[in-house]
Design a protein around this ligand. Structure first.
Ligand code: AMP
Ligand code: MG
Length: 334
């Protein structure tokens, strides 16, 4: 009797453990100005902790929250911040440099003038843009220990990298709770942990920037798949569309011929910074940056509707709706 009771107890325990390992839990919330979801298999309350972590990061990094660390830097021109924020600013500056200034976290005075921060859209005059562009120069943003300081009148915004970074932190947190399978969607920035519970790779849709639905699907595993698109935030005035990704060289919405850029790689932070940067740079310069630097792959959609991918995505990017890949960028071409 005692032996069979013990066997039953062990069986119940095993069943509980295996159902815990596969139990799915999702947190859905609105943070960093977008809808987010964290779905994890196993890990108990880890998704709740993940949600709290995203809000904590938002409180540190937001430019619209007057009490954030970034607001403190912007208000005083120099402020002591947490080690985490200092390190994030330093990493973002590295991406600004890598992109030759196509990504510039100090472009904020310009994006603000276009009304993208407050949602009060307007087209600034040329003279206003010229004046504001004098304040844009990431090389004048300094990180020394935990202090971030800016040149006179400058302002910074980590909006181009914050969601990717948050995705990295969430992935790390879930992993530390023993989660082996999760999908994190931070406003179209997707990060996946492991594979799907059935062992297949995650299939991540690349939104059609010119309509509804998807232009294709990328298979991914333990990676970030991050898209920057003109369609994400824009306004139309006198029949012209103005979007939120600004070319720091002229202070105007980037007009590089691309309407969306998806970057795939291990680091959400790098993929996020790069997706914004490559959008500004346009296909040719983006291809050059990709050839010179390993560690990521990219898919581009041009304003003509062409789909262009880097060769590492061949075999794991499937187009949808009868579309075809127009070009594969290869490493050994020039
Ligand atoms: P993302 O959606 O990651 O491409 O980031 C776009 C956001 O980054 C915008 O909403 C702005 O807040 C900011 N931004 C726009 N243009 C740039 C730029 N060239 N460099 C850095 N940040 C930018
Ligand atoms: Mg970005």
């Amino acid at each position: 009797m005692r032996r069979s009771a013990a066997i039953i107890a062990v069986l119940i325990m095993l069943l509980t453990v295996s159902s815990c390992a596969n139990s799915e839990k999702t947190a859905e919330f609105f943070a960093m100005d977008t809808y987010m979801s964290v779905k994890a298999y196993g890990g108990g309350d880890a998704v709740d902790e993940a949600e709290a972590l995203v809000f904590e990061l938002e409180r540190k990094l937001s430019i619209t929250d007057g009490l954030s660390e970034i607001s403190a830097v912007n208000e005083a021109g120099s402020a002591q911040v947490s080690q985490e924020t200092a390190e994030l600013v330093a990493s973002a500056l590295g991406l600004c440099e890598l992109s030759g200034g196509a990504l510039d976290i100090s472009v904020y005075p310009v994006t603000r003038a276009w009304g993208f921060t407050a949602g009060e859209y307007r087209v600034p005059q040329e003279a206003e843009l010229e004046k504001l562009l004098r304040l844009v120069d990431y090389t004048k943003v300094k990180v020394s220990g935990d202090t971030v300081s800016l040149g006179e009148g400058m302002l910074i915004d980590l909006g181009a990298v914050a969601k990717g970074y948050a995705g990295d932190r969430v992935t790390e947190l879930l992993r530390s709770h023993g989660v082996k399978s999760a999908i994190i969607n931070l406003g179209g920035n997707v990060q996946c942990l492991g594979r799907k519970p059935d062992g297949s790779r995650w299939k991540i849709g690349v939104q059609d920037p010119a309509g509804s639905g998807y232009v294709g699907v990328i298979e991914a595993e333990d990676e970030a798949v991050i898209t920057s698109g003109g369609y994400e935030r824009f306004f139309v005035e006198d029949g012209k569309t103005y979007w939120h990704i600004i070319d720091p060289s002229d202070g105007r919405p980037a007009d590089s011929g691309l309407i969306s850029v998806t970057v795939v790689g291990k680091s959400g932070l790098a993929c996020d910074g790069l997706s914004t940067a490559l959008f500004v740079m346009g296909k040719e310069k983006a291809a050059g940056l990709w050839r010179e630097n390993g560690g990521f792959e990219a898919a581009f959609v041009t304003e003509n509707g062409d789909i262009i991918i880097t060769e590492g995505l061949s075999g794991r990017f499937t187009t949808s709706g009868g579309r075809k890949v127009s070009e594969v960028i290869r490493r050994d071409e020039n």
